[in-house]
Ligand binder design. Structure first.
Ligand code: ATP
Length: 252
């Protein structure tokens, strides 16, 4: 990492974030006092049992949902206090999203899908950036195809290219390999690893899969809406072991 990157604000900073749903006796505390800082050029996985708050965490971090308390900063921009339309622009221009269901538009070509965020933002397509992104994901030969003419893994590569094309502050991935077979999933995870190591992007990925999480620099664990530890440079076995204990704690 060069000196300039080190002096920049973290890609994401969350301080004391909480999220409650409902009121009175039916209140659900989906997140409790969650704080995290994602340095630029890092790959972080979020794991936890079902209902532990992973999606809520991702949605609050990405401006898709508003926390009930605490602060979320994307780069140097604070999300609380932004209007819905400001958040929409922020998500479009400064955040990349990758979902399990690739969410490609079936009538648009690969190139049109990839450049859609730029066109929605009324921005010129930077051919140099497009070429770099398309090469990184290995789709140079398929720019004029329609999504239906691609395999699942290739469609997810289009979604990854689309997430990168605006040079976002952070890329948020929600179970990005959930719909893929093991071999294709590995290829997509290697690509995400390259996006971080080779291109300097910042990636936050929610996953249930210890193997997927092991591609990250660090794994943070959620249990009952709270952070319950972190593993740096973990193996799938270390992650699976920690997940077992989280399960124990929840049911204890
Ligand atoms: N819109 C909502 N209204 C009420 N409760 C909600 C809502 N969204 C989430 N919750 C509750 O908040 C808690 C955390 O949910 P969340 O979806 O963030 O968990 P998760 O870890 O992503 O789960 P999973 O792995 O099953 O997707 C759960 O108890 C859930 O039932």
């Amino acid at each position: 990492m060069n000196a300039q990157v080190m002096t920049m604000a973290p890609a994401l900073r969350m301080s004391g974030v909480s999220k409650t749903y409902g009121t009175g006796a039916g209140t659900v505390h989906a997140l409790r006092d969650v704080s995290i800082e994602l340095r630029r050029g890092t790959f972080t996985a979020v794991m936890g049992p079902s209902g532990s708050g992973k999606s809520t965490f991702l949605h609050c971090a990405a401006g898709l949902d508003r926390p009930s308390g605490g602060q979320v900063l994307l780069g140097d921009v604070e999300l609380s206090g932004m209007t819905e339309s400001q958040l929409t622009v922020l998500r479009r221009e400064r955040i990349g999203f990758i979902f399990q269901a690739y969410n490609l538009l079936s009538t648009l070509t690969v190139e049109q899908n990839i450049t859609l965020p730029l066109r929605l933002a009324g921005k010129r397509v930077d051919r140099g950036m497009l070429t770099q992104v398309v090469r990184a994901v290995g789709l140079d030969e398929r720019l004029n195809r329609l999504p239906s003419e691609l395999s699942g893994g290739q469609q997810q590569r289009v979604a990854i290219a689309r997430a990168l094309v605006t040079k976002p502050d952070a890329v948020f991935a929600d179970e990005p390999t959930g719909a893929l077979d093991t071999r294709t999933a590995r290829q997509v995870l290697e690509l995400l690893r390259h996006v971080v190591t080779g291109m300097g992007q910042t990636v936050l990925m929610v996953t249930h899969d210890p193997v997927a999480a092991s591609y990250a620099d660090s794994v943070v664990f959620l249990a009952d809406g709270q952070f319950a530890g972190e593993l740096r440079r973990p193996t799938p076995e270390m992650i699976a072991e920690r997940m077992t204990h989280l399960g124990d704690r929840r049911t204890a």
